[in-house]
Design a protein around this ligand. Structure first.
Ligand SMILES: [Fe+2]
Length: 437
């Protein structure tokens, strides 16, 4: 049995679920993946533009493999795989489940094609619906956490699909547009600061009062925070342009040693998707390529760049505990509303007296290494590989972004990427006061 302990649900969650409701949620999540892939041609869906990127087609198949492996293979009577080799092609990183196809070579999987992947999805969808309909109440309650995990896993891949196709399209000199028109140009809103008292605070998910969470958000525990302040909005492109103009990418004294090595090795002069043409900076987005909007948040910067910018600004990055406590204590603890229909972060808008742009614009780099919370234990079995084994050499990001699926992120959510990663929709919120951690 797998997947029974990786997630936490509120005490009354199971009684709220009936087979029809569960199937409806299943169809909603699965349908959203297909809607995101719909604007993309078979060629778009097959390309892998760098090792970190997976083809759209692979994402669509892998999330299907997840339901087939963790739900159907365990619980469907007379189970037989849809195709004998898909377990090898579409296993991502689960060592417990055996060998798998090389990640950097996923773009070489020209077959199955997108239509065969669609057939795979439809087959598994029919079988999952059928399984749910046949389960007695007790078995359904026991399997509900695994099904729930499948929903949240697929939502994670929906964001990855968008991150990845953004990179794929960025490599095409025809500057393809994924969707819609860019938002209107904006100017930076005034920066304010929110003071937070700190003290002995509680961090992490509370399974007695809150809904789903991943295992890495547990256990809830105490932290001591010195008094501190957070910027009330994200760093803007306009501010980043000033950093660039002031030699930000040429001044070694602003950078951590590892970051400075990356600047030189990879020739960084600006965020990932910026390019300079005749003295004007342009930005590639999913809505096309347009002049850098000074009022919009800077995005697609690495931890190293975020850290160097904070040093240049005479500030620092917040710890993840500071970020979470500030959001909770200022009353912004609800799940964020993503930018509906927009796949790019928007300007902050007028000051509110509290924190702006907390959810739904850019993931925010923190100064916290991605480590287990005190008392964390990954669950046994393959599903224990979901989060725990990645707790090394990565930094935590908080919040959510314009590519995050509706209802997915939450205040205790811990995203994580390596220090040099830039293809996530990652931005910067400055902190001041307190003590570095
Ligand atoms: Fe996955």
């Amino acid at each position: 049995m797998v997947g029974m302990t990786v997630i936490q649900t509120p005490a009354d969650w199971r009684t709220d679920q009936d087979p029809g409701g569960l199937v409806q949620r299943y169809d909603d999540v699965r349908g959203h993946t297909e809607r995101l892939a719909a604007p993309l041609s078979p060629e778009d869906q097959t390309v892998q533009s760098m090792a970190d990127v997976s083809p759209t087609k692979w994402h669509r198949a892998h999330v299907t493999w997840f339901f087939e492996t963790f739900l159907l293979a365990e619980h469907e009577s007379g189970f037989a795989p849809f195709q004998d080799q898909y377990w090898f092609l579409f296993n991502s990183y689960y060592e417990t489940l055996g060998p798998r196809y090389s990640r950097p070579d996923r773009g070489l999987i020209t077959r199955p094609g997108v239509h065969e992947v669609g057939d795979y999805r439809a087959n598994v969808d029919d079988r999952v619906r059928d399984l749910i309909a046949r389960l007695d109440d007790g078995t359904l309650a026991a399997l509900a956490p695994t099904i729930e995990l499948g929903f949240h896993h697929e939502q994670q891949h929906q964001e990855l699909l968008l991150m990845d196709i953004k990179h794929v399209l960025s490599r095409n000199p025809l500057q393809p547009v994924y969707a819609g028109a860019p938002p209107p140009r904006s100017e930076p809103d005034a920066l304010g600061w929110v003071d937070v008292e700190g003290g002995l605070v509680e961090i992490g998910h509370d399974p007695t009062t809150q809904g789903f969470c991943f295992d890495n958000e547990l256990p809830r525990h105490r932290q001591w925070l010195e008094p501190y302040r957070l910027a009330d909005r994200l760093v803007t492109n306009g501010e980043w342009l000033a950093f660039v103009a002031d030699g930000g990418y040429r001044r070694h004294e602003l950078w951590l040693s590892d970051g400075w090595s990356r600047v030189n090795a990879e020739g960084w002069t600006a965020p990932l998707y910026w390019s300079e043409v005749d003295g004007v900076w342009f930005e590639h987005t999913l809505h096309g390529t347009w002049p850098v909007d000074p009022g919009a948040p800077v995005c697609h910067v690495s931890f190293y760049e975020a850290e160097a910018f904070a040093t240049w600004a005479g500030k620092r990055l917040p710890s993840e505990g500071e970020w979470e406590h500030a959001v909770v204590s200022t009353g912004l603890s609800s799940t964020g509303a993503p930018a509906g229909g927009a796949y790019h972060p928007r300007a902050a808008g007028p000051a509110t007296g509290g924190l702006r742009q907390v959810h739904g614009e850019c993931w925010e780099w923190t100064s916290s290494a991605y480590h287990p919370y005190p008392g964390f234990h990954p669950p046994p079995g393959a599903i224990g590989e979901y989060n725990g084994k990645f707790m090394s050499n990565q930094m935590v990001l908080r919040g959510g972004c314009a590519l995050t699926s509706p209802g997915h992120a939450r205040t205790t959510y811990r995203n994580f990427f390596p220090h040099a990663a830039r293809w996530a929709l990652s931005g910067v919120r400055l902190a001041d006061g307190g003590a570095p951690r």
